[in-house]
Design a protein around this ligand. Structure first.
Ligand code: HEM
Length: 430
């Protein structure tokens, strides 16, 4: 039995499908800078936030309201779309922060700036923010300069040692996934995984109608089923990886309802109407037939109040489980085998030597335990030792955040048969 941090299970799960950048083989990179940055961010976290995490609280939508939830979109935080040389990517949450100057408008951000903006402007939990940002730096960023890109690649701080960081755009199957909320599948769109596909946006938009339209969690759970089914039915190379698919892409559906809703005094529980939905996705137009998407134009609406409660990793996982419970098919891991409608879900028991199976995946903490095992098993031998950079980054995260997260007692999973993924042509597509 081993205690692990929740964040770690989420963050590490990705590695079962990662094509690791070569710099991760460099064992000499000093992480003390990252360690100090994390300490300094954690030191600024309000005590009540940490208490919430310690209590293992989940999102209890208290309908509290405070005028301080209003997000400033004026002055230095006025909206401006990216100019030449500034990058945006597949995540509208990150794009709006850059378009309003809460992130550096270039789209390349530091560890501290990104954690600070994500928590203060969008109310992402500090644990979620640190886990996602640190993971970004480790797999598609610059672990020396502690920077990462929300879109395309950018110059490395030490080009002779670290290759050019790829940015989120280059993270297909690692962070970025097929069956996204609005972005297209890599195989279907020649690798363009960052642009909104208007047809997909319209399917979401059409799930609600009229002046009372409200894109609630239930609506997004329905959309999650639709996006998954669409990829099965249309993408012969559809691959739904453990972390990028099951965790990141599914969480992103839930994020729409939670984060983009306006938590104003009139509707403190949150309300996401058509106007604000369009704004966050860079869409204009009044009727469904006249909608237009413009790359990089995601915008925080005027008079928009962020959610009152920080969204912790416990919330991430709780809402993923709700989505799977509503539509069990989206809890599968697998893909199409080269033709449409050929989806094969791998047998979790075969993957894990029987320790985790489809019957017990959703019980207790098993989804975390599975995540942990998938991740560790996916590490190439050269990286699995504690001396590798990625291993060290993840161990550092575990140590820093463990006190604030629910501990998990996981069954030992000694084998993990990743060769089961070889039947999916999309598995090796990056
Ligand atoms: C460090 C923090 C974050 C990282 C690294 C991150 C990364 C990503 C990635 C890699 C995707 C692509 C997933 C896919 O292919 O389906 C994505 C999508 C998305 N993210 Fe984020 N994200 C972060 C924070 C947020 C926040 C705070 C929000 C909400 C305010 C958000 C909202 C979304 C949404 C709605 C999508 C779906 C985009 C679409 O398919 O149209 N993200 N994010």
């Amino acid at each position: 039995m081993r205690l692990i941090g929740t964040f770690c299970a989420l963050a590490i799960l990705v590695q079962s499908v990662v094509a690791f950048p070569s710099f991760l083989h460099n064992r000499d990179i000093d992480l003390s800078h990252l360690s100090r940055e994390i300490d300094s961010v954690l030191a600024r976290v309000p005590a009540e936030h940490l208490a919430k995490l310690r209590r293992d609280a989940s999102l209890q939508k208290r309908s509290t309201f405070s005028e301080s939830q209003l997000i400033d979109v004026s002055g230095v935080h006025a909206y401006a779309p990216p100019t030449a040389g500034q990058t945006r990517g597949p995540c509208p949450g990150l794009n709006v922060l850059a378009n309003h100057g809460y992130f550096d408008r270039s789209g390349v951000v530091t560890f501290t700036q990104s954690v600070s903006a994500l928590t203060s402007v969008l109310n992402l939990g500090i644990d979620t923010a640190i886990a996602l940002v640190t993971y970004s730096i480790a797999i598609i960023g610059d672990p020396i300069a502690l920077t990462w890109s929300i879109g395309g690649s950018y110059p490395s701080s030490i080009p002779l040692i670290l290759p050019r960081p790829g940015g989120i755009d280059a993270s297909h199957n690692n962070y970025e996934s097929d069956a996204s909320v609005t972005r297209g599948d890599s195989y279907l769109h020649n690798g363009d995984v960052w642009s909104v596909q208007l047809a997909t946006f319209k399917k979401l938009y059409a799930l609600q109608d009229g002046p009372d339209a409200d894109y609630t969690k239930d609506v997004l759970i329905q959309h999650r089923k639709n996006t998954f089914d669409y990829s099965v039915q249309n993408n012969p190379h559809f691959f739904f990886a453990p972390f990028s698919g099951l965790v990141v892409a599914t969480a992103a559906h839930n994020f729409v309802a939670y984060f983009f809703a306006n938590h104003s005094a009139e509707k403190p529980e949150g309300y996401l109407d058509q106007k604000n939905l369009k704004s966050f996705f860079g869409i204009t137009g009044d009727t469904i037939d006249t909608l237009v998407y413009n790359y990089g134009t995601e915008r925080i609406p005027d008079n928009w109040y962020k959610a009152p409660n920080p969204y912790s990793l416990v919330d991430v996982v709780t809402e993923i489980l709700e989505s799977i419970q509503a539509n069990p098919e989206v809890g599968a891991i697998g893909g199409n085998t080269g033709t449409v409608n050929s989806f094969v879900g791998v047998n979790l028991g075969d993957l894990t030597g029987g320790v985790i199976n489809s019957q017990n995946l959703l019980q207790g903490n098993n989804i975390f335990c599975f995540a942990w095992a998938a991740a560790r098993a996916g590490l190439p031998t050269a990286l699995s030792g504690v001396t590798s950079l990625l291993g060290n980054v993840l161990n550092l995260l575990d140590t820093k955040l463990a006190p604030y997260l629910p501990a998990l007692a996981c069954p030992a999973i000694d084998e993990f048969n990743l060769s089961l993924f070889n039947q999916f042509p999309g598995y090796t597509q990056h």
